[in-house]
Design a binder for this molecule. Structure first.
Ligand SMILES: [Zn+2]
Length: 219
């Protein structure tokens, strides 16, 4: 399996590139942002770290965005271990915490690290394994119809400005590509799995995030 690669070069190795969907010449032209290709579900201009943990969306529907947080080991950042976890490459001998999770087969579509760097693991067109047992407005199994974004962090530590900036940019890209993801259909993991999950946690500033989205919409 491909190991994670850096931004521009990595796009050449993205799964879509094998089918000519992603072209290196379209990446890095602006040098400033990401560009989500709705046809492939892959985002240009971000790091690509393909995860094997996905399957087909049963109805092809993409109509919900779920915000999470994760850090491995907990509260340690920029370790590269989240990427390893989503690629089933976590070395259980490296940290006691890893022993309890190494056998899990999970993924998210995106990870936003503390410095705002974005990594994509699964095409948005595919079903990533981030929500688990969950329900949104009476519908179960939210993985079927949602996109999952992991913010590197914990429930209680403030997220960084760079993370909010990247999250807002990525959210706008997702809403443009998949218009069914309206503002009312953006939620936290804790909203769809209450009692089981607490992320993104009280440190996530929903008001800031939603205000920024509304502002961009109005421009
Ligand atoms: Zn979560």
């Amino acid at each position: 399996m491909a190991i994670c690669g850096a931004s521009i070069a990595a796009s050449d190795r993205a799964p879509g590139a094998d089918h000519g969907i992603l072209g290196a010449n379209t990446v890095g032209v602006e040098g400033i942002g990401m560009q989500l290709d709705p046809a492939s579900g892959w985002c240009h201009g971000v790091q690509v770290c393909p995860s094997p943990n996905f399957n087909e969306r049963p109805a092809g529907e993409i109509s919900l965005l779920v915000i999470h947080n994760i850090s491995l080991p907990p509260a340690q950042f920029a370790t590269g271990k989240v990427q390893e976890f989503f690629q089933n490459r976590l070395d259980v001998t490296e940290h006691p915490y890893f022993a309890g999770i190494a056998d899990l087969r999970v993924s998210a579509h995106f990870l936003i690290e503390r410095d705002g760097s974005v990594t994509q693991f699964v095409s948005c067109l595919e079903r990533a394994w981030h929500a688990g047992v969950s329900m949104f407005e009476g519908r179960e199994t939210c993985n079927d119809f949602s996109v999952g974004i992991e913010l590197e962090g914990t429930d209680d530590l403030p997220f960084t400005d760079a993370q909010y900036q990247a999250l807002i940019t990525l959210t706008r890209q997702l809403q443009t590509a998949f218009p069914a993801i309206t503002g009312a259909r953006i939620c936290g993991h804790s909203d769809i799995a209450p009692g089981r999950k607490t992320d993104p946690g009280p440190a996530f500033d929903w008001a800031r995030y939603r205000a920024a989205l509304a502002q961009e919409e109005g421009q």
